[in-house]
Design a protein around this ligand. Sequence first.
Ligand code: FE
Length: 218
Amino acid sequence: MHDDHNHGQGGHEYGPEHHPVQADAPSVEPQIALMEQALRELLLKKGIFTTGELHRSIERMEALDGAILGKKVVARAWNDPEYRSLLLDDGPRAIAEFGASLGLPEFRVVENAPTIHNVIVCTLCSCYPRGLLGLPPSWYKSKEYRSRVVREPRSVLEEFGLALPPEVEIRVHDSTADLRFMVLPMRPVEAAHLDEEALAEIVTRDSLIGVGLPLGSQ
Ligand code: FE
């Protein structure tokens, strides 16, 4: 058993100068970050909104579960073996069947199995398949998660309430600006009778990142 970390696969090709390494920094180009800062300061100065309102608004957005497309994709893969194969072979094409595009050079779906559990991270910043999962949760962007999940994935998952048996190998996938991952969790045995729509309901965002399991999993 080993905790496989495929750091460097694909590589952060933009390099540090375009992809700054800052503690908990969002993954945005410096120019965009500067424009956002200027606009935010102007709106605060003009009294359009207060800092408190801004923070509450961000908290609301973070609390919204934006993983709607990701859930639908997983539910279809559970229900349709052909779609599952497509999703694992060619993620972008499988997403295109829902009329969506992530607009990324590479998108890969990694499948959990009885002895393999996948978890995603972006060690450099916060690369995340937003088109499928919505806004990344703040812990995903935290320096602590980014560094620790690579070194001690089993302990980090336990802190999320996910205690995996020792025989389960944990594979940590490091996302980059060009390459994003999504986990295809295992379908809970109890969910065998559910249709696609009901299946989508039991898929959680955290199960698509790999720090949780679908509802009803044992
Ligand atoms: Fe990143």
